[in-house]
Design a protein around this ligand. Structure first.
Ligand code: PXG
Length: 290
């Protein structure tokens, strides 16, 4: 495997990062998870827009512009001959000293990994996930805005630990106002009749690339799309529920907090959206020259 370390592609054994990098010492940095489908990097521009906004929000200067970053990502994918896979693009604050002060870090540092992807087992896509709401609350925006895709995932990791302690693969996180935000690495959707509903961005969620794709698909299917404040009651009484994310794609949810959602099987809209999603990902993206 070949890793792009700040613009130099090296074998993975040589891909080293300093113990003084503030990405490691403090989780001070930002990242993206991106997919490659049939030799196209899916929605790369949107991922980079989000990355550069996340960086701007934490006053982290990325050393290269988006145009150059597209080149770096595509080259790394090509070097690894990945036609279907997963890209992890990380930007850290860079090397500093043993103090929080980011001004001590002279320059940010980026690296790109392009690898194969392990998805949830097929049976979950076919039969749906059982998930649980957890006590760990989603970060409040005034503390660390969930719109920033930062290297600080402890909030989500605590939720994941709690879910797995309850025998669930995934958690639904509630925000400080008591409404539904998102799963630990995925956005959440419900359907009710022809309505396709997802928590509003103000509920403390990441502005997911897959979330947007799914809203576009819903509109194409002539569903009514809403971004709303959702309660747990709304989840429990939904016709259908599913999660969306770069890694998981679109995955049905059939049980939440021991309640069956709808008839306890992946619903018709969810299935339609999954079918459409697999069509869309083949048509869209930045082409890789191998
Ligand atoms: N919410 C959160 C908190 C996320 O981290 C999403 C929603 C979905 O966004 P996209 O743009 O991917 O549709 C994410 C992104 C993993 C993993 O290993 C998942 C994400 C990021 C990194 C790793 O499951 N999800």
């Amino acid at each position: 495997m070949w890793i792009n370390m700040n613009g130099t592609i090296v074998p993975s054994e040589k891909a080293m990062i300093s113990v003084f990098d503030h990405g490691l010492l403090y989780g001070d940095g930002v990242f993206e998870g991106i997919r490659v489908y049939s030799g196209n990097v899916f929605r790369l521009q949107e991922h980079l827009d989000r990355l550069y906004y996340s960086a701007k929000a934490i006053m982290l200067k990325i050393t290269i512009d988006k145009k150059q970053m597209i080149k770096e990502v595509v080259e790394t994918v090509a070097k690894n001959k990945i036609t279907n896979g997963y890209i992890r693009l990380v930007v850290t604050r860079g090397v500093g000293d043993l103090g929080l002060d980011p001004r001590k870090c002279k320059e940010s540092f980026y690296f790109v990994i392009a690898a194969n992807i392990t998805l949830y087992p097929d049976e979950y896509y076919k039969n749906g996930l059982t998930i649980t709401t957890v006590a760990a609350r989603r970060n409040i925006s005034e503390a660390l805005d969930p719109k920033i895709k930062s290297l600080n995932y402890l909030n989500n990791i605590l939720a994941k630990i709690e879910a797995s302690n309850h025998g669930s693969l995934e958690a639904i996180m509630i925000n400080n106002a008591g409404s539904v935000s998102e799963a630990t690495g995925d956005n959440v959707f419900i359907t009710k009749g022809k309505d396709l509903i997802t928590p509003d961005l103000s509920c403390g969620v990441l502005d997911g690339v897959t979330r947007k794709v799914v809203m576009e698909i819903g509109a194409k299917l002539k569903m009514n799309i809403y971004e709303k404040i959702l309660s747990r009651y709304d989840l429990y009484t939904a016709d259908e529920c599913f999660l969306t994310g770069t890694a998981a794609e679109v995955i049905p949810v059939v049980k939440i907090d021991a309640r069956e959602i709808g008839d306890g099987k992946p619903g018709k809209w969810t299935k339609k959206i999954i079918t459409e999603f697999h069509k869309v990902v083949k048509l869209d993206g930045v082409k890789v020259k191998y």
